[in-house]
Each structure stands twice: as C-alpha cells, then as structure tokens.
Design a protein around this ligand. Structure first.
Ligand code: NAD
Length: 283
C-alpha cells in the first residue's frame, strides 16, 4: 500500500504548534514579527507572498507585506532591509525570489542580519549548516520542511541512500547538508549527469527538484522508495503538476508526495516555525 504523504495535514499540525508558541511569547510581551518583501508582479511570487503574509496573521504574528515596483533600485531595497534589521518588532525578514534581473540578489541576502534571515540563505547561516554547528540557526524553509515530512513517514534517515535531482542553492544544497548531518548517503544529480537512472534506481529516498513537469517515471524508481516531489510547474491549462509522474510512480513508491499538497504547504509552515524560532532565540 502506497502512503500519500499528506503535506497539508503535517503543515496544519506544525502551524498549530507554532500558534501555541506565538501565544506563549505574547504572554511575556513578545509578538513575533515577519516582513515579506515582494519586488515586482511575478504571478507565482504574488500568490506565495500573500499566503505567507496571511498565514503569519492567522497564527497571531505581526506580519508586513512590503511591496516594491519591479524597477525599484538596489539602494532602495537595501535601505528597507537596513530599516527592518534595526526594527526590534521584526524578527524575520524574507525576500521573495526570484528577483528582477537588475538587482544583485547576493548583496540583498547578505544585507539581512543573520539573526533575522528566516530563509537561512545568508552565508553565515549557510556556513553553520555546512559545518553542522551546534546551536541555533535558520535553514532553507523548503529543505527543513522536506526533513519534517521525511521524519513523519520514516523511522530514520541514517544510512539511507538519497538521490537529489537538482543542485539549487535554495533547496537542493541545503537539503543535502541536512541529510548528511543525519548520516544519510547523498548523491546529487543534475543536467550534467550521465545515466541519471542509475542514481534514481538506487535511491531509498528520491527527491526531485528539477522544475520539469512529470520528469520521473516508475521505471526510474526503486520499488519501496520514498519519493519527494519539490517541483511546481504550472501547465497551459493552469493546473499545477510536479516533477514526478505521480499516478505512474505511486504504483512502486512506498511513500510519495502529491503536487499540490506535499512540499508546498511545508515551506510556508516552516517559515512560520522559523519566525517563532528567531523570536525565541533573539528575545
Ligand atoms: P532550479 O530551478 O534553480 O534548478 C533546477 C536544477 O535541476 C538544476 O540544478 C538542473 O541542473 C536540474 N535539472 C533540470 N532538469 C533536469 C533533468 N532533466 N535531469 C536532471 N537534472 C535536471 O531549482 P529549484 O530552485 O530547487 O527549483 C526546482 C523546482 O522546485 C521548481 O519547479 C520550483 O518551482 C520548485 N520549488 C518548489 C518549492 C516549494 O515550496 N514546493 C520551493 C522552491 C522551489
């Protein structure tokens, strides 16, 4: 029997825990605060930022959705980041990616104070994750959300063979570090890899973050594997599909995420979790 990994349910449970933590903080006079910065009008980014903003409000946090036109200058965005870095009512700053081409993404992410860098993309936080440092630091929300899903369905990660398709800085590389830190054996494959099927067929856990609709079919998957589909692809008919051919692969997988309703809800729930983490760590 295949388990359909229910990201919506797990995200709801995580949000309930986060709400309790928000209330606890409020009882000692701290309201967790998040600012989500949206630049331009990319339709997917508009939807994602609205969902993040509304979820934060629903959980009782202070939430600001700061919008800039797509031709905003680098200096103006930097000024806003510095402003929120200095604002004690804001614990978390997120810049919705991707950015318009004229902006320097690295400079903007590095400008976020590491203790407010809720997506964990600042090099200080990336370095701590890479070094498997003890202590508190935020990590990529999507990657941590995937770890939460895996822990909900698997007894342990240690010793598992994991193949990640894609090597992005936003999802795949932080996930690689999180998995290695839990003693998994991790292989990263990309467009530059020969014979990708060799690696996918040996994976106890297959994570697909390629951004290619229905890329993975059942003959590429080890029977009994856990399959995590990160891809979000909007088709011409406006339907969302993942990178995994769900109906095909669910015949062989033991656990599999649907799209939508798998990884997506976990990204937002983890953002909320990490906003409260930052408020607790830096009070
Ligand atoms: P990306 O789009 O920056 O890069 C894609 C990677 O996949 C590259 O490393 C490329 O080499 C590799 N790749 C592409 N086609 C391949 C193929 N045919 N075979 C092997 N490798 C291939 O990666 P990203 O930012 O991690 O995004 C990947 C997907 O995940 C996108 O669909 C994106 O929308 C989605 N995403 C979802 C969430 C979420 O919350 N669910 C969050 C972030 C990204």
């Amino acid at each position: 029997m295949t388990n359909i990994i229910d990201g919506r349910k797990i995200a709801k449970e995580l949000n309930a825990k986060t709400k309790e933590r928000v209330e606890k903080l409020k009882s000692v006079g701290i309201i967790p605060g998040i600012v989500v910065i949206l630049i331009g009008d990319n339709p997917a980014s508009v939807i994602y930022t609205r969902n993040k903003h509304r979820t934060a409000e629903k959980l009782g946090m202070k939430s600001i959705l700061r919008k800039f036109p797509k031709d905003v200058s680098q200096a103006e965005v930097l000024q806003a980041i510095h402003h929120y870095n200095d604002d004690p009512t804001i614990h978390a700053i997120l810049i919705q990616l991707p950015l318009p081409k004229h902006l320097n993404q690295t400079e903007l992410i590095e400008a976020i104070a590491p203790e407010k860098d809720v997506d964990g993309f600042n090099s200080k936080n990336v370095g701590k994750l890479y070094n498997n440092e003890n202590g508190h630091y935020p990590v990529s929300c999507t990657s941590r959300g995937i770890m939460t899903l895996l822990h909900s369905y698997l007894d342990k990660i240690e010793g598992k063979n994991v193949t990640i398709i894609g090597r992005s800085i936003l999802v795949s590389r932080p996930l690689q570090s999180l998995l290695i830190n839990e003693n998994a054996t991790v292989t990263m494959v990309s467009l530059h890899t020969d014979n990708i099927d060799y690696y996918t067929k040996h994976a106890d856990i297959l994570v697909v973050a390629a951004g290619k609709p229905n890329l993975i079919k059942k003959d590429q998957v080890k029977p009994g594997a856990t399959v995590i589909d990160v891809g979000i692809n909007r088709m011409a008919n406006h339907h969302l599909v993942g990178d995994v051919d769900f109906d095909d692969v669910k015949e062989v997988a033991e656990n599999i995420t649907p799209v939508p309703g798998g990884v997506g809800p976990m990204t937002i729930a983890t953002l909320m979790q990490q906003t409260v983490d930052l408020a607790e760590w830096n009070k």
